[in-house]
Design a protein around this ligand. Structure first.
Ligand code: AMP
Ligand code: MG
Length: 941
């Protein structure tokens, strides 16, 4: 039997050689129809490939692949274009018959014998030799223990795959037959991608096993259609027109769409797989829905994938790769050819938020249909026109060539394929194969260095959600399509609700008075005199002094809803003034006396305070400011004759409520003028409570008053001290300059808590602040370097908040110096506050994706003084909160981290922070443009 088979092979071999015998005198240029070659060139090729039968051009795809094979990658790296087909066979496997079948296959399909070489001109050609010996390796593993056998088989496969093909040494395919048992074999067919594509696999495999069934006798099979005809077809195509079509399709694309995190490796690796199988019901619905609208399921998937990419990258102009079969409809026999047809080309989709989903899909299908006849050009050619380099890192393939059961069925062979699989390198970080069936399969192959298994699973869930949405709500505008899952929504809701805290909401003066009653003899304020000892006041003293002034203010007609300007530097008088105005029921308006007179005059003119409180120094500025507002000069206990008790509503002109204004703070306005933010009492107890807890403040703590009194941060420092029974440490501005003076001050006054903006912190020496203290950074983004430097010996917190949300909206967990290069998070919402990360249509953005930060909760300001329109556009209805609730649109771009903290990404507008000052470049340019002789102005930081 053995001998007989060998004899057969010998006969076949002689036949093959006979068939491939070159004609007398060899090939001439006229025999070579598809490439222009000279007789000299033919002779050079013939000396390398004696008896060659044809010289063919490369298809554009082969050109690209050949280029990468020859010039890309290390020569000792595994072959990225080697594809392994692995069959587990049961039955009596006859290696000799299979070798014969392989020979015949190559005989019938000359392009499978091709050698890929460069001519002297540099132009690559494929040379078809008369015959080619198919490399064959037999491996017998039956001697191994059952346990070791599989591992050994895997090793053989890896070793085989690592062996690089030399494109000039045909054939670019080889076999390995592994004997695992008497009736168990693993047949491995490894080929270079230059030879064939995925759609060719079932054709080649079926033919191979049919030939096997006939012991290699090709006469039993019909003549196969030839890949050469495709090359001939290609030569007739208009490459220039295709180039134009692709240029137009990609015009205006200004950025690639990259889903993998930056920095993940870009070398192809072995992918990991995650499959999502849609239910039969959803599969049927998708098919029916698509059919009813004249759409393909492929279009549905492409549209859904584009939407998903858009939502996960925050772009509305997205592009991804799609693998097309590339078999021309007008090429007879194309469906039966074995060769490299398939092509990966970009699918670009520009989203219009107003467009209904169904229209989007119809448009996508039209756009793609228009490109169909141009699919024969290579990706590198298409990409070159954009000037962007790599356009995408995800790939979608609508697979209708799978190794289906039909391929596993091997009639007449006496064999049964119990398994068949393809091993291929992942050329993109993420590929999605859509495998049709009664249950549509979404098969993700992801590079483990770019995507986690859980991340990929989530992608699958989101994609399924989008498909469901398309068929249930095809009229939904694209702008209102989100991708977060029900599970994520639940988690977000839990997070929102988790900030609920039972707080004793009360107006600020009541909160202070309650504290003063608890700790009357504790030090409330410490003023660091330049010379000599400090001036200290106890809670009782401070309260009494503030009460005297409050009763005086009431007598001057100050009460709820009236505004009192404080033109005061950091001082005990300033603290007394804040308390007194509040006790009278009024709102204080802090004004930095260092500001230019013009700016102060503007603020006074805009907020129209009923009264100004000044000291002896700042009083001198009044004439320059030129305001007609009445002013009261402070200095120590100026109204000792007034009552010493805390005013109540009985004393006040009107009841003081939680919704009465507490203070007004001016910030830069984008339209040219600063705007006043009017903040009520409602958020004060909440702010103080949240921060006292997070900063671990207690009686005996000493809180530095660092911020300029014109910032709300100064009020929060005041609350931190005076609503906790600890002391507020005050000093003149020059004592707070980052450097020696600040270091001395904090050490001498034993400061335990300070909030210092990153810019100031960066100017401090390493040991410039007492170790063990609680250090808060706020006001602007903090660098990882600062965290590294300052968090080691201190509890360090990153606090974030716009003035419009009562100072602080989020605080980080204590930061740690873990060497992480990423920016510290701004943390979680403070008590009774929610943070939302939303897209342009106020939809929830998926965790991890950048969106705009909105804040809702008790801290929201009433709005902007005298600016109803602006107030309405920044304080909007909260779609996720109780009916009637509002949220504030911060203009900050953030993303939600996996641990629930928020990370600051940047601004959605031009606003900048300069040493903690919020500056709208629009305000600056409006002023500059308003100057005589200025026609246009641009502002850069
Ligand atoms: P303001 O109203 O002056 O407090 O300014 C608020 C703005 O400052 C925010 O909208 C942010 O743009 C920025 N900001 C405040 N705190 C932080 C922080 N911790 N990290 C990054 N940006 C911040
Ligand atoms: Mg602030």
């Amino acid at each position: 039997m053995e001998g007989l088979a060998r004899a057969w092979v010998e006969v076949l071999e002689s036949l093959v050689v006979a068939a491939g015998e070159p004609g007398a005198g060899g090939l001439t240029p006229s025999d070579v129809g598809l490439v222009e070659v000279t007789q000299g060139e033919i002779e050079v090729l013939e000396s390398a490939y004696p008896g060659l039968v044809d010289v063919l051009p490369l298809s554009p795809l082969q050109e690209g692949l050949h280029f990468h094979t020859v010039y890309g990658g290390e020569s000792d790296a595994p072959d990225l274009y080697a594809i392994q087909l692995v069959f587990d066979l049961e039955g009596d496997f006859d290696a000799t018959a299979m070798r014969a079948a392989a020979r015949t296959l190559l005989e019938r399909r000359p392009n499978l014998r091709a050698a890929f070489v460069h001519q002297e001109s540099g132009r690559p050609v494929q040379v078809i030799p008369a015959s080619a010996e198919v490399p064959w390796q037999d491996v017998d593993l039956t001697g191994y223990d059952e346990a070791d056998r599989e591992a050994e088989a895997a090793r053989v496969l890896d070793e085989d795959r690592a062996r690089r093909f030399d494109p000039a040494a045909p054939p670019l395919l080889r076999f390995t037959a592994i004997r695992l048992g008497d009736r168990r074999h693993r047949l491995v067919l490894t080929n270079h991608h230059l030879l064939w594509d995925g759609w060719s696999v079932p054709i080649a495999v079926r033919e191979l096993f049919e030939l096997y069934a006939h012991r290699g006798d090709g006469f039993a099979l019909p003549e196969p259609p030839q890949f050469r005809d495709h090359l001939e077809w290609l030569s007739r195509q208009d490459r220039a027109a295709a180039g134009t079509a692709w240029r137009e399709a990609l015009a205006g694309l200004d950025e690639p769409t990259l889903l993998a995190p930056a920095g993940s490796g870009d070398l192809p690796t072995t992918p990991e797989r995650h499959s999502v199988r849609l239910s039969e019901e959803l599969t049927a619905t998708l098919h029916a829905w698509a059919r009813s609208r004249g759409l393909t399921v492929n279009t549905l998937l492409q549209g859904a994938w584009a939407l998903l990419l858009a939502r996960l990258t925050g772009r509305d102009d997205v592009v991804f790769g799609a693998t097309v079969s590339g078999r021309p409809a007008d090429l007879p026999g194309a469906e039966g050819m074995v060769g490299l047809f398939s092509n990966t080309l970009p699918v670009r989709l520009v989203l219009d938020p107003a467009e209904p989903l169904a229209d989007l899909l119809a448009r996508l299908q039209d756009e793609q249909a228009g490109l169909m006849e141009h699919q024969h050009v290579g990706l590198s050619e298409v990409t070159a026109s954009t000037g962007l380099g790599e356009l995408f890192d995800t790939l979608l393939v609508f697979e209708n060539y799978p190794l289906d059961p039909g391929v596993l069925d091997l009639p007449g062979t006496g064999l049964r394929a119990v398994d068949a699989r393809v091993r291929d390198a992942a050329h993109y970080p993420l590929s999605l194969a859509v495998v049709p069936g009664t249950r549509l399969e979404l098969r993700f192959d992801h590079r483990p260095d770019a995507f986690t298994a859980a991340g990929t699973e989530l992608l699958g869930a989101r994609l399924r959600g989008l498909l469901e949405l398309i068929v249930t709500e095809p009229g939904r505008p694209v702008g209102r399509v989100g991708v977060i899952t029900a599970e994520e929504t639940d988690r977000l809701r839990t997070e929102w609700d988790s900030t609920t805290r039972d707080v004793r909401f009360d107006v600020f003066p009541e909160l202070f008075q309650a504290q003063a009653a608890r700790t009357p003899d504790a030090t409330a304020v410490v003023y660091d005199e330049t010379e000599g000892p400090s001036t200290d006041l106890t809670y009782a003293e401070l309260d009494e002094r503030a009460n005297h002034l409050a009763h005086l203010l009431i007598a001057r007609n100050i009460g709820p809803e009236s505004v009192v300007g404080l033109l005061l530097p950091r001082s005990i008088d300033q603290v007394v003034a804040v308390l007194a105005v509040s006790k009278a029921g009024g709102a204080f308006l802090p004004i930095d006396p260092e500001y230019p007179a013009e700016r102060i005059a503007y603020v006074i003119g805009d907020a129209r305070p009923a009264l100004l409180l000044v000291d002896r120094d700042t009083a001198h500025r009044l004439p320059e400011i030129g305001t007609g507002t009445a002013a009261l000069v402070l200095g120590g206990d100026i109204a000792p004759e007034r009552p010493g008790h805390s005013p109540t509503d009985a004393d006040r002109h009107a009841p003081l409520t939680l919704d009465s204004p507490a203070y007004v703070i001016y910030t830069s306005g984008s339209t040219g003028n600063p705007k006043g933010v009017l903040v009520t009492h409602r958020g004060v107890a909440n702010l103080a409570g949240s921060q006292i807890e997070r900063f671990a403040v207690h009686e005996g703590s000493r809180i530095l008053q660092f911020a300029s009194p014109s910032f709300d941060a100064a009020f929060s420092e005041l609350c931190l001290a005076l609503l906790s029974g600890s002391a507020l440490v005050l000093a003149p501005a020059d004592r707070l300059l980052p450097g020696r003076s600040l270091t001395e001050l904090t050490h001498r006054r034993r400061v335990t808590h300070a909030t210092i903006p990153p810019a100031a912190l960066a100017a401090l020496d390493e040991d410039g602040l007492p170790p063990g203290m609680v250090l808060t950074v706020a006001g602007e983004a903090c660098s990882p370097t600062l965290v590294e430097r300052w968090s080691r010996d201190r509890r360090m917190i990153n606090a974030y908040g716009p003035t419009e949300t009562t100072v602080c909206a989020t605080m980080s967990d204590p930061l740690s110096a873990d060497g992480s290069p990423s920016v510290p998070p701004i943390g979680r919402a403070v008590w009774n506050t929610r943070v939302y990360v939303l897209d342009g249509a106020l939809g929830l953005v998926a965790p991890g994706v950048a969106g705009e930060l909105y804040v809702s909760g008790v801290g929201l300001a009433r709005g902007y003084v005298g600016r109803a329109g602006l107030t309405g556009s920044r304080f909007v209805a909260d779609p996720y909160g109780p009916a009637g609730s509002r949220m504030y649109r911060t203009g900050d771009v953030v993303r939600l981290l996996a641990d629930g903290q928020v990370e600051f990404v940047g601004r959605a507008d031009d606003q900048v922070k300069i040493r903690g000052f919020r500056v709208e470049p629009g305000e600056v340019s409006a002023v500059v443009a308003g100057c005589a002789g200025v026609a246009q102005a641009a502002v850069v930081v």
